[in-house]
Each structure stands twice: as C-alpha cells, then as structure tokens.
Design a protein around this ligand. Structure first.
Ligand SMILES: [Zn+2]
Length: 374
C-alpha cells in the first residue's frame, strides 16, 4: 500500500525530483573538473596513449609505451654481454630529451630512442700462480729436490661476462724440482711391483709363486683394502716383501684438490702402519698421475714416488704368454716392472709369474724390493 503525504500534490513531488537530480548532476560535474583527475592524451612513437592524472616520462617507460629497445650490457671493449640489460630507452619531446620526472602535457608528441649501453662492473682479484714441476735426471724413482712456491697473479674479470681483461704475475711461482733416477747403476736387478691389492685369492697366489722362486717384491696397497684384508697384509710383510702406499681409495690425484690428496696419501699411510706396523717408504700414484700437490704431500711422510720402466698392461688381462714376452722385451738392468694383484681378475698375471722369474734368473737378473734401495 502506497503512502502519500497529506497536502502535497503529485506535481509538487515531480518538481522536487527534478531539482534533486540537477543538484546531483552539478556535483558530479564539479568532481570531474578537479585537476587531480585530469585526462592527458599523448602520442608516443606515433601511438596515441590516454592517461588519467599527471603523467611523467617515467610513467610512459613503466607502461612500456615505446617502440625502441633498452641498451645492452657491454664489456670494457664494447662487446655485448647481455642484450637489453643496459639503460631504458630515452624519451624526447620536440627534439629535447626528457628527464624521468618531466611532466607531460596533453597533446605532447613523444619519440623514443634506444637506451644507452652500460658497461659491466669489473672485479680485481688475486689468484695463485701455480707451481710447475721441473724434472731433472732420468729413471723411475723420483725425489723432491726443491719444493717450489706458489706465486700470485692479479686478474681483472668482468663481473657479468666473467671475461679476463688483465692477468699479470705479481709474484712469480717457483718451479718444483723433482730429481729422477734409476736403480743403482748397471747392476742386473729387477724390482717386481704389484698394485691395487691386497686382494684375497690373488695376493696369496702371488705370494706362493714368489716364495716358490725365493723372490721378494714390492706391493703397492690401497688403504681401504688394507683395512679389509689385515691378515693378507701381514702375510705379505712376514714373507719379506716391501709394502708401498697406493692411496686410500685409488683416486685420480692429478686433478684432485689438496684436501683430497692429503686424505688419500695419509689414509693409506695410516692403514698400512696400523695393520702391518711398517712405514711405507715408497708411493705410487694411481695411473702414475701426479702433481706438485701430490709430490709435496708424499714428501711430508719422507716417502719417494716410484713410477715404472716396464708395463705389460696386465690389468687388461692379456694372455699369459703376452705378459711374459712384453716384460722380457722391456727389461733392462734396474727395471721396475708394473704388475697388479688387485683391481680385477689377475689369473694371467699369476700364471706368468713363475716362468717369467725363471727366465729372468736365466738371463742373470736378481730381484730387489724398493726398500732395499738406498
Ligand atoms: Zn693402481
């Protein structure tokens, strides 16, 4: 049910409605005309852009209203490092470059230009100038004569490009000197060496072959194997053979960082000393791969490094006859023969041993362990 005010006719109510509408309309128009909501229309690179409120060059850039690209990040020679990582595009009005906070006016015609290239920052750093090894003399035995010293290089490196722009030696490294020599001159001796053991079933078979011929040899043992086969290690020692250090885990030492080298050399040294009660005097790096770091670490234990002069590659399991002919072909007085008792199946090595020793004896050779050398 409708309500009607008494005494007011319908025409009067209609007039009141018109009046109210007019007042509201005026108020609304007043609001639109306030400066804070000014409508700005500009043209940037030929495209019309509308904006409500004050507009600056920074707003145009932030909206991405431009056709040009950012500059590049470049190195000191102007070579590109990262595309578009330089300065943002530059805006101009009537040929005059606009600052970022420059206010834009309705009807402005703006053009953009590619942003400036920005040079990357550079880092000056000091890096070690590594020791090189200088070998003097000849032969499989190696002794550290001069330890050498690490030098210092100063490098200027691009922070983003990682390019090296300058590299100068501030303090030169001193070479390490390793003296090589053979087993004492001219005597008709051979040193048989067995690497990668102790290995159950094989090291003991080799011990039997050597005992049958009354010959002593040198066993380069791996520390982790020594821990697993303590009885076999003691049998090698008790039979009068020499025990050498062949690292803890047969790591590749030439590329190993210093702490790894230290663990590899120290680990095997401790294992052999604890299990066999003997202190190895000789070190053989796995694969013969060595470095200045290795030589220094080995010298710390008063050890010397020994390589070899004859390598029949017995670890490839060639036929027994091949091992025998290859060794006999390579043997000279003072030879160091590289053989293996561990690291895999060594049946052909074991079978070659008796005939090989007997033939060498026939040719006038005697057998030495490395520990017998001065
Ligand atoms: Zn080895």
């Amino acid at each position: 049910m409708g309500y009607r005010s008494p005494g007011r006719p319908p025409e009067a109510r209609l007039d009141l409605l018109r009046l109210t509408t007019t007042v509201v309309l005026i108020a609304a128009l007043g609001t639109v005309s306030l400066p804070a909501f000014a409508h700005v229309e500009v043209e940037v690179d030929g495209v019309k852009r509308a904006w409500v409120g004050p507009l600056t060059a920074a707003d145009v850039l932030a909206q991405g209203w431009y056709a040009s690209s950012a500059g590049d990040l470049v190195d000191r020679n102007g070579e590109m490092v990262a595309r578009g990582r330089g300065a943002t595009p530059e805006l101009s009005r009537d040929g005059v470059r606009l600052a970022l906070d420059a206010p834009l006016r309705d009807g402005d015609i703006i053009t953009s230009a590619t942003g400036a290239d920005v040079a990357e920052s550079e880092i000056v750093t000091e890096v070690p100038d590594p020791i090189t090894i200088r070998y003097v003399g000849d032969g499989p035995l190696q002794a550290l004569e001069q330890p050498g010293a690490v030098g210092v290089r100063r490098q200027v490196i691009g922070a983003a490009s990682v390019r090296v722009f300058a590299d100068e030696v501030i303090e030169p490294a001193h070479a390490m000197v390793i003296r090589r020599h053979g087993i004492n001159g001219g005597r008709k001796v051979v040193a048989l060496t067995f690497d990668d053991g102790p290995w159950p079933g094989q090291t003991d078979a080799i011990l039997r072959e050597l005992a049958a011929e009354d010959v002593q040899a040198t066993f380069f043992m791996i520390g982790s194997q020594v821990r697993r086969q303590p009885d076999l290690v003691r049998r090698v020692r008790d039979a009068g053979h020499a025990i050498g250090n062949h690292t803890q885990a047969h790591a590749r030492l030439d590329i190993a960082p210093a702490p790894v080298v230290r663990n590899e050399v120290t680990g095997a040294q401790q294992a052999i000393q604890e299990v066999a009660g003997v202190k190895p005097r000789w070190f053989r790096p796995p694969g013969g791969r060595t470095s200045a770091v290795v030589n220094k670490e080995v010298a710390r234990f008063d050890m010397r490094t020994v390589m070899w002069t004859v390598d029949p590659q017995d670890w490839r399991q060639p036929p027994t006859s091949r091992i025998i002919t290859d060794v006999l072909a390579g043997v000279r007085p003072g030879a160091v023969v590289l053989l293996h008792d561990g690291g895999g199946e060594r049946a052909t090595t074991i079978a070659a041993l008796g005939p090989l020793i007997r033939e060498l004896k026939k040719r006038g050779y005697t057998f030495v362990t490395l520990d017998e050398l001065p």
